[in-house]
Write a new protein. Structure first.
Length: 144
């Protein structure tokens, strides 16, 4: 498998990334909108049965921020339904920081470009659901 991360952008030899298992693939997430390169990009991946949002995701992955973006990679992942929360882990503690009112204190983004608000409510699995069904699928998410 060949995966290069150059300037925060994925460059991949896609045929080499194919999984030997037809029920698995490699999920790539391109995260945009970082205001600085301090810390790291982080992604929490959830399944329907996982508590969302919660501190115990199904899988976690991290990426290097460069030029306002980062690539995050989940290797050998079963095809299916997932939800993603990505955030700018500016202090490098590996988790999203919140204030006393549980409002995120670091830039955060969600699959399906979901944005919490009065009309949309809080994130849950249904609102963030993405279908992962093709090997080497690339998803774009912005942090705000």
């Amino acid at each position: 498998m060949v995966l290069l991360l150059a300037g925060g952008v994925f460059m991949a030899d896609l045929p080499a990334m194919g999984s030997n298992n037809k029920d698995k693939g490699n999920l790539m997430v391109q995260v945009h909108g970082f205001q600085n390169a301090q810390g790291q990009a982080a992604a929490y991946l959830y399944r329907a049965q996982d508590k969302l949002p919660g501190k115990v995701p199904f899988r976690k992955a991290y990426g290097v921020i460069k030029d306002g973006q980062a690539g995050i990679f989940f290797e050998s992942l079963d095809f299916g339904e997932y939800a993603l929360i990505v955030f700018h882990d500016e202090n490098g503690n590996g988790e999203p920081d919140h204030n006393l009112f549980r409002i995120p204190q670091e830039p955060i983004g969600f699959s399906n470009q979901f944005r919490p608000g009065l009309m949309s409510g809080l994130p849950n699995f249904e609102k963030l659901r993405l279908t992962f069904a093709t090997d080497s699928t690339l998803h774009h998410i912005s942090v705000r």
